[in-house]
Design a protein around this ligand. Structure first.
Ligand code: SF4
Length: 67
């Protein structure tokens, strides 16, 4: 078993993580939080989002979103 690495070997080369690239419905969005024009920033600003166990204060960079 291996923990998700956000496919660092791919993202370092400007590629999407394999699961984001393979998903036919766009259920996964990956991007640069520091880029205000990125799709992930759009999702965070415009969709209903939540993180698991937010009360622990660990600030995970993984959100669930819904329309
Ligand atoms: S394919 Fe997706 S779940 Fe698997 S390591 Fe890459 S980003 Fe993580």
């Amino acid at each position: 078993m291996e923990k998700c690495t956000f496919c660092i070997q791919r993202s370092r080369e400007g590629q999407l993580p394999a699961c984001a690239e393979a998903c036919p419905t766009g259920a996964r969005v990956f991007g640069n939080l520091l880029d205000p024009k990125s799709e992930i920033r759009y999702v965070l600003a415009n969709k209903k989002v939540f993180r698991l166990k937010e009360d622990l204060g660990t600030e995970p960079k993984f959100w669930y979103f819904m329309d």
